[in-house]
Write a protein that binds this ligand. Structure first.
Ligand code: FMN
Length: 219
């Protein structure tokens, strides 16, 4: 009986989650930013959670260098507020355009500046953006090369926004545009799933099993 009560309590307990939404385009007029803002709106108004938007076009981050690596106070100062937001986040949403079949350099730089202390063992949803029929390469690139040392956990679901100019032009789907209706639904589904992973992975982080001292970097 007590385990049943626990389950009921946990499933009906609504927690305010905090999400960091990274808009990875370096262009101020980016479609990625448009999509990131729609996500922020869904997080705040529909999921009743907090969505912190980190827009790499309007807030470009300095390039990672050895001073940053060595923890020089001045070099670290600029990063502090961003790192703090990431630390407080339950999950990260990475919105990245496809540029020449890659993620932009600003996204790679972000993954050098952040660390396992901020995003380790937190779930992440990948959302990629293409003005045409692309968008698969940055999914593959992120899944392959951005999680090893950060220990960010990409969930198996991702969203590819193709023909970006014709979709997500409003917070709600355009009922006359079937692609827009589909992608709005798919995005909401992926975000709901992310929320469940965020709840589940908080148990992993609190388990006491994680040992980043002995195993500082992934293999
Ligand atoms: C430098 C550069 C390279 C691009 N290369 C690709 C590409 O390889 N594949 C693709 O689908 N779109 C490519 N695009 C177009 C983007 O998909 C388009 O700009 C889209 O709006 C997403 O980028 P944004 O968020 O910067 O707007 C490229 C755009 C730029 C600026």
């Amino acid at each position: 009986v007590s385990s049943l009560i626990d389950k009921v309590t946990i499933s009906s307990f609504s927690v305010v989650m905090k999400y960091t939404i990274l808009s990875g385009s370096q262009r101020t007029q980016a479609q990625s930013l448009k999509v990131a803002k729609v996500i922020q709106n869904i997080v705040e108004t529909e999921m009743k959670s907090e969505g912190y938007l980190l827009d790499l076009a309007h807030h470009p981050l300095p390039l990672y260098d050895d001073e940053f690596d060595q923890g020089a106070p001045e070099a670290k100062k600029f990063w502090h507020p961003f790192g703090q937001h990431l630390k407080e986040s339950d999950a990260v949403i990475v919105v990245s355009p496809e540029w020449n079949g890659m993620v932009p350099p600003a996204v790679k730089n972000f993954f050098l500046l952040t660390s396992k202390d901020e995003i380790g063992h937190k779930p992440s949803l990948i959302v990629t953006v293409s003005s045409t029929r692309g968008g698969a390469y940055p999914v593959a690139e992120l899944r392959m090369s951005s999680y090893k040392n950060t220990r960010l956990c990409y969930i198996p679901e991702h969203v590819i926004v193709r023909d970006a100019k014709s979709v997500f032009n409003a917070v709600h789907p355009d009922s006359n545009n079937s692609d827009d209706v589909y992608l709005h639904g798919r995005l909401r589904y992926a975000l709901k799933l992310l929320e469940q992973y965020a709840k589940a992975l908080s148990h992993v982080r609190g388990s006491g099993v994680i040992d980043h001292v002995t195993y500082a970097n992934g293999m």
